[in-house]
Design a protein around this ligand. Structure first.
Ligand code: HEM
Length: 241
């Protein structure tokens, strides 16, 4: 067994353990620090463009990753999508979404550095997180652009089956070890990002306010619902006009 194989067999589980235990620990001991630490109050103009650009960009990047990593090549073959067609659509959509994400993240960092109050609210923790986040995005885009000429090999035969093997507890580090260096760099940076995740403001991702979509803005209760003579709260019932 080569060192690379052992690395890709073991490191993902170490990272998973850090994510699970770290998230539990952070929630238990820092519930009130569990926040995006929004800086909207300090600056709105750049944020209004940069934040959606980054967030919608990364959502598309995530959907692309789920499709590319989770769906086996044999399934897309079976419904008649050739390998060439798959890579063209993945490359074009991925590059557009990846560039949008990078521009959004770049603008967010520019804003943090140049807008005084936002800079003052930026901690060392934030700086390290931004550095690793942007490195992950740049390295991801590099795999896409370097792979345009096919020189990086087919990641759906190396990276993707390795990724799936982790979740079924039958790690195939040997497959990942065969992938091109660009994938080794990108995925290693991504694993560092995941390991830092529970200890940064990225925990806000686990608290996406999904319930907002389904609940009314304000819960109104009509006074008419009260039975005659019944008090609402401590207030005596008014007699009306
Ligand atoms: C274990 C985790 C990850 C794996 C196995 C992985 C794998 C890959 C692969 C195989 C590609 C090439 C796609 C192509 O050429 O079409 C890619 C691209 C990319 N990755 Fe990742 N990645 C991971 C995590 C991340 C993370 C955490 C980020 C960002 C924070 C990220 C950002 C990107 C970007 C921006 C691209 C460029 C193309 C696109 O937009 O999809 N990746 N990744």
């Amino acid at each position: 067994m080569s060192a690379a194989e052992i690395y890709w067999d073991i490191v993902p589980y170490v990272v998973l353990a850090i994510v699970v235990i770290g998230t539990w620990w952070r929630y238990k001991y820092d519930k009130f620090g569990w926040t995006t630490r929004s800086s909207e109050l300090y600056e709105k103009r750049i944020l209004r463009v940069a934040s959606p650009l980054f967030h919608f960009g990364i959502l598309v990047v995530i959907v692309g990753h789920v499709i590319g990593l989770v769906i086996p090549e044999s399934w897309t073959d079976a419904i008649g999508i050739s390998e060439h067609a798959y890579h063209i659509q993945a490359g074009v959509l991925g590059a557009i979404a990846g560039v949008a994400t990078l521009v959004g993240a770049g603008l967010l960092v520019y804003r943090r550095r140049t807008r005084g109050p936002v800079f003052m609210a930026t901690t060392l923790n934030d700086k390290i997180m931004y550095l690793v986040l942007i490195a992950a995005i740049v390295a991801g885009l590099a795999t896409t652009f370097l792979g345009i000429d096919g020189s990086q090999g087919n990641y759906r035969e190396t990276v993707s089956p390795w990724f799936r093997s982790i979740w079924i507890l039958q790690p195939r580090g040997d497959l990942m070890a065969e992938a091109a260096l660009s994938y080794h760099v990108h995925v290693t940076i991504a694993l560092v990002l995941f390991a830092l995740w529970p200890f940064t403001r990225l925990v806000h991702v686990f608290s996406a306010p999904v319930a907002y979509l389904f609940r009314p803005y304000i819960v109104y209760r009509s006074r008419e619902d009260a039975r005659p003579g019944e008090l609402i709260g401590s207030e005596p019932r008014r007699r009306g006009w």
